[in-house]
Write a protein that binds this ligand. Sequence first.
Ligand code: ZN
Length: 127
Amino acid sequence: MMTGVLLRIRDSAREPVAATLHVEPLSAGARFGRGVVRLVVCWVLAVACVLVPLLHFVLVPGLFLLGPVLAWLATRATVEVKSERISCPRCEKETGIEPGITGWPVSLRCSLCSTTFSAAQGIASVT
Ligand SMILES: [Zn+2]
């Protein structure tokens, strides 16, 4: 789904810049699956760490508790950004977007001028 967004530079009084971003909404099933994968990976690692001498006192409970936290964070993401490039609102040059970035409003960083900006407040959606 292509959606119109406003690119707003963090901590700046500049007017937001309009842009287009390709985002895919994550279904409830996909969000649940992402959470389950993270939970299972952490708990498998916790079980595997039982065999590590001394460190298992920290790793096993740490990974056991980390699993539900990472699963909860993974289920919070509602969209995944599919666009690979976007125009920076400050230097106005094309910059890359990390693959698999999630969250809305999405926080992006220009690799050329190191400006952090967010894309939010869709103008109009085109499916
Ligand atoms: Zn830039």
